[in-house]
Design a protein around this ligand. Structure first.
Ligand code: NOJ
Length: 584
């Protein structure tokens, strides 16, 4: 029986509604971004039409109808610009060109035309903090003398100590090692250092130079003119650095201070950055069709993240604290409450996300049977392997719970197939720069970036017409292809379709959350939103549900009858449900 066919009368028990103040701002029907579902496409791993093992824009155009049919509003398209691919395209050498491995500008236009036909917006991933060391401006800066205007596009400084042998400050690269690289001057002498918060192939722009801002405003217009629905803005918190570039002892990825990383970091969250986004918002508003900006602003606490979505700045900001909250009743309740309050205070929607191309997929994270040996990083063949069955059950439950929340939701390609990471990826395939920069101490993010399984038409599971796949796919994915899941009513694919359809028809994205009082000793986390009760069992015992009509359960094993008569329904551990309570 499919989840939507489950219609069960269940007795009231255990849970009482306790209504609280509405936490969500008003909206008009045209403000699509307040309730949107945005699906992330990682182009190199989506669908390859050339047989070279790397996905491309024509592959996205060809398969987009599958994603539109899921019921998503927009696609966030990870970078497809000209790039030497040192950080999978987040090292851009030309912001107005498509990299030949992905296609051409005409292919982009064709993708926009298909997206328009399907009623889906395409959000372009803009990378304004840094470019590639092969970008014309950086090449020119290297060829120009110290103090020249060409150098002013980037952050060049003299070194410290004897013969300037020490970097200008102690900042560390996000990918490991120092955040500075020394150059050889055009005359052949050892020279200045340039700043790169990420790989040495990704020099940071100098946003104190107005010419940099002008260039990006022109890039924004270039893609808006071509029909982009808006932008996901990479490292949106880092553009402006504190003057004087003072030393800072923290680790750039915050992994050393999980509570409030970055709160005092001189390279993140500087107040002047907000002026940039005010200008960008006004540019977006010159265009028809509600073009949007979404911040990757990884600042803490969440109350300061809300600064990026004040009414004249961006429309949305990713909610990383939610993503990083584990299978924990109190922590989930706390971060959701804080998120709705913080974003509600500036009349912005909160967003929710469980997976993306930078973190282990939630089907893998939630199946972990041991603490991660490298928090925030992928698992490798030498690590204790996750419990795949538990991980998928929890992932579907977490997704159903997330999609019940008011605000915007983000999905990462392949989660609708129930994919986890390739945790057995042999090291010789790793391409994430953090692997090489830490001499293999960090495994990096390749495990969550493995090309999608489409069907059984080739040995790359239909990803490519050939056997090629830039990262190997796990053998068990043969059972998880989109084709294999298409007609199975209990498949993860059909579960996502049902959840997204019900989310839309019940207007959950525009609702208000009211927590339900927990009488289950920290097992059941539940709330009501627009008359739908959303409940997640984080405990180890089944929990009785109130009387009502089950709208959707996270799997066919999520519910069991309570008694021999089968008259009551229990929500099993690692499961979630949406139900409409019987009127009393
Ligand atoms: C965040 C992106 O999501 C990540 O993939 C990239 O490596 C860094 N920014 C640097 O651009």
């Amino acid at each position: 029986m499919s989840q939507t066919e489950q219609r069960t009368a269940i007795p009231q028990h255990n849970i009482e509604a306790r209504f609280e103040e509405p936490t969500h701002g008003p909206s008009t029907s045209s403000e699509w971004w307040r309730r949107s579902v945005i699906y992330q496409i990682y182009p190199r791993s989506f669908r390859d039409t050339t047989g070279n093992g790397i996905g491309d824009l024509p592959g996205i155009t060809a398969e987009l109808h599958h994603i539109a049919a899921l019921g998503v509003d927009a696609i966030w398209l990870s970078p497809f610009f000209a790039s030497p691919q040192k950080d999978a395209g987040y090292d851009v050498s030309d912001y107005r060109a498509v990299d030949p491995i992905f296609g051409t500008l005409e292919d982009f236009d064709a993708l926009i035309a298909e997206a328009n036909r399907l009623g889906v917006k395409i959000l372009v991933d803009l990378v304004p903090n840094h470019c590639s060391n092969e970008h014309a401006l950086f090449v020119e800066a290297l060829a120009s003398p110290k103090g020249s205007s060409a150098r002013e596009h980037f952050i060049f400084r003299d070194g410290r100590g004897v013969d300037c042998q020490l970097p200008p400050n102690n900042w560390q690269s996000h990918f490991g090692g120092p955040a500075w690289t020394r150059i050889t001057e055009p005359d052949g002498t050892p020279g200045q250092y340039y700043l790169h918060l990420f790989d040495s192939a990704q020099p940071d722009f100098n946003w104190d130079n107005p010419a940099v801002g002008d260039e990006f405003e022109s890039v924004l217009r270039f893609w808006l003119d071509r029909g982009a629905g808006g932008f996901r803005v990479d490292v949106a918190h880092a553009l402006i650095k504190a003057s004087g570039l003072p030393d800072w002892d923290g680790r750039a990825d915050g992994a050393d201070s999980p509570g409030y990383p970055f709160a005092d970091a001189p390279m993140f969250g500087q107040p002047a950055v907000h002026e940039v986004y005010r200008r960008w918002r006004s540019i977006c508003e010159e265009y028809e069709g509600e073009r949007v900006l979404c911040a990757e602003a990884n600042v803490h606490p969440i109350e300061s993240m809300a600064d990026w979505v004040r009414p004249d700045e961006m429309h949305q900001s990713f909610n990383f604290p939610f993503l990083h909250t584990g299978w924990d009743h109190a922590a989930l309740k706390a971060i959701i409450t804080r998120s709705l309050k913080a974003f509600g205070a500036v009349n912005a929607p909160s967003t929710w996300v469980l997976s993306n191309h930078d973190v282990p997929r939630h089907a893998t994270r939630l199946g972990a049977t041991a603490p991660s040996p490298r928090p925030g990083d992928g698992l490798g063949p030498q690590d204790e392997q996750p419990d795949i069955v538990l991980g998928l059950a929890r992932a579907r439950a977490a997704t159903l719970f997330m999609l019940g929340l008011p605000g915007g939701a983000y999905l990462y390609q392949g989660e609708e197939l129930g994919l986890g990471d390739n945790t057995m990826l042999p090291n010789e395939h790793r391409q994430d720069p953090s692997y090489a920069r830490t001499n293999g101490e960090r495994l990096g993010r390749d495990g969550c970036r493995v090309p999608l399984p489409w069907d059984d038409s080739s040995s790359s599971l239909g990803f490519s017409d050939s056997a090629a796949s830039w990262l190997p796919q796990p053998a068990e994915w043969a059972k998880l292809t989109r084709q294999a899941q298409e007609t199975d009513p209990d498949s993860t694919l059909n579960f996502y379709r049902n959840a997204l359809a019900l989310r839309s028809s019940s207007q959950l994205g525009l609702g208000n959350l009211n927590w339900l009082e927990d009488t289950t000793n920290g097992q059941l986390l539940g709330f009501e939103n627009t008359g739908v009760m959303v409940a997640l069992n984080l405990g180890v015992e089944p929990v009785a549900l109130p009387a009502g009509e089950v709208l959707l359960a996270s799997s066919s094993e999520a519910l069991s009858p309570a008694g021999p008569e089968g008259s009551a329904v229990l929500l099993n551990p690692n499961a979630a449900v949406w139900l409409r309570r019987a009127s009393s």
